[in-house]
Design a protein around this ligand. Structure first.
Ligand code: AMP
Length: 198
């Protein structure tokens, strides 16, 4: 069976970590646009050169460029049986772009996982990650910008998906395993089953 998922949450909600865990459990690739862009910057590729300054400021990469990157990635063979998107779509225009692409393939998202974490908690986690990983977009000023963009542009996409009845809101505070279990339980309640353990 195919499983097409999206995970949404503010920076510092743990969506990257949970996304990878959920993708693994369902045997699908986790596709993080942030990781794709950071990889491109690290490689110094033309895409990386194009997006480096934007990422470092915490602003959004232009929609057309981002959508093209995602279409390309979703067209690869390993995404044929499903995928988990992390970090895309991030605004209403990107929702429309993803809808177009999936409709063209007669596909749709099965579920959207909303990871719910209070603002204070995400800021505390981001500051900790800044200290541990030294990401150039984890400085205090850039964090504030990224959270503001999340609230202004990204949170509204959840309303769109809510009207489709596919959003599972998950409490993102707790132990890592506990949160993974909450997500898996919500997806299973939708009839999305993990492949049988080998
Ligand atoms: P993330 O790791 O998801 O927080 O992404 C890191 C950075 O990559 C963001 O602050 C943006 O600059 C860029 N980025 C990631 N995903 C997108 C997207 N869907 N649209 C525009 N920019 C993005």
């Amino acid at each position: 069976m195919t499983t097409r998922l999206l995970i949404v949450g503010p920076q510092g909600s743990g969506k990257g970590t949970q996304g990878v865990r959920i993708a693994e459990a369902f045997g699908i690739p986790a596709i993080s646009t942030g990781d794709v862009f950071r990889g491109a910057v690290a490689d110094g590729s033309p895409l990386g050169q194009q997006v480096k300054a934007i990422i470092e400021s915490g602003n959004l990469v232009p929609d057309e460029l981002t959508s093209a990157v995602v279409r390309d990635r979703l067209s690869q063979a390993d995404a044929a049986e499903g995928f988990l998107l992390d970090g895309f779509p991030r605004n209403i225009a990107q929702v429309a772009s993803l809808d177009d692409f999936l409709e063209g393939r007669d596909e749709s998202l099965d579920a959207v996982i909303e990871l719910d974490v209070p603002r204070d908690e995400s800021i505390a986690r981001l500051s900790q990650r800044a200290a541990e990983q030294g990401r150039t977009d984890d400085t205090e000023e850039v964090i504030a910008n990224r959270l503001a963009i999340y609230e202004r542009e990204t949170a509204p996409i959840l309303d769109v998906y809510r009207t489709r009845g596919i959003v599972d809101r998950i409490d993102g505070v707790g132990g890592l395993d506990e949160i993974t279990e909450r997500i898996v339980a919500a997806l299973e309640a939708r009839g999305l089953l993990r492949p049988a353990a080998a």
